[in-house]
Design a protein around this ligand. Structure first.
Ligand code: ADP
Ligand code: MG
Ligand code: MG
Length: 256
């Protein structure tokens, strides 16, 4: 089966090594969560996977479909089937959510087949309607201007809808700790739960300990000091929720 495979990833930010050898395999069809204390490099991993220029890869590879995606431009990663949630966070004046999504879908189709003429409007409307129904979204949302005065929750809704329309094979969602916006997290969780299936692998990076109230990950990873130091099932998240991270730290110190 296809998987996103991160091997010994070391990344420097502003001259400082933040990721110190991350290893992680995310197979299609599974939902994985990365948890960990603040400042341990979770967002650095997300930015590196999206190809943000400020993140200098010192060593390592990230394989998907036989390619090291670290050698690809961000849009090439997207066209390969990798979705990075915060890739299009801008407000575009006068562009509706529906038009934006149709443009994004057509760009993806053309990247895969230069002869592609774009999805016919009627077919796109049907697709959008189906996906919005699947995600329990009000159809009027498609007519809103993109990111124009969107709340945090509405931005998330647009992001999840984009994911539903583009149908990626791997999705990486970094739920930032800005205000621990529970509404936004709930929207993401409902979206992931609705879209999860054998053709989609999801990596949810969370700063929110009680993620299990919202998403049931198949696998939970703990990141600490730039490395994945524990991997387990949902019970690991429960344990972290109860006991915090100190036991992981102690165990690490005991090992070294
Ligand atoms: P997390 O998401 O786990 O809270 P981050 O990846 O955001 O952690 O940050 C890891 C470390 O890298 C922190 O010490 C942070 O200060 C530093 N860092 C991250 N991004 C930048 C950046 N763009 N410029 C400078 N330092 C950064
Ligand atoms: Mg942080
Ligand atoms: Mg972060």
């Amino acid at each position: 089966t296809d998987a996103l495979v991160i091997r010994n990833l070391r990344v420097r930010v502003e001259g400082k090594e933040i990721l110190k050898g991350v290893n992680l395999t995310l197979p299609k069809g599974e939902v994985h969560a990365i948890m960990g204390p603040n400042g341990t490099g979770k967002s650095t991993l997300a930015y590196t996977l999206m190809g943000h220029p400020g993140y200098e890869v010192v060593e390592g590879e990230v394989w998907f479909k036989g390619q090291n995606i670290l050698e690809l431009e961000p849009d090439e990663r997207a066209h390969l089937g990798i979705f990075l949630a915060f890739q299009y966070p801008v407000a575009i004046p006068g562009v509706t959510v529906a038009n934006f999504l149709r443009t994004a879908l057509n760009a993806q189709r053309r990247a895969r087949d230069p002869e592609d003429k774009g999805i016919p409007i009627a077919e796109f409307r049907k697709l959008l309607k189906e996906k919005m129904a699947l995600l329990n979204m009000d159809p009027s949302f498609g007519g809103r201007y993109l990111n124009d005065g969107f709340s945090g929750g509405e931005k998330k809704r647009a992001e999840i809808l984009q994911m539903a329309v583009l149908q990626p094979e791997i999705a990486i969602l970094d739920e930032t700790d800005s205000g621990l916006d529970i509404d936004a997290l709930r929207i993401v969780a409902q979206g992931v739960n609705a879209l999860r299936g054998p053709n989609l692998g999801v990596l949810v990076i969370t700063h929110y300990q009680r993620i299990l109230n919202y998403i049931q990950p198949d696998v939970v990873h703990v990141m600490m000091d730039g490395r994945i130091v524990e991997t387990g099932g949902p019970d690991l998240a429960l344990h972290l929720e109860e006991k915090g991270y100190s036991w992981v730290r102690e165990k690490l110190e005991g090992d070294s």
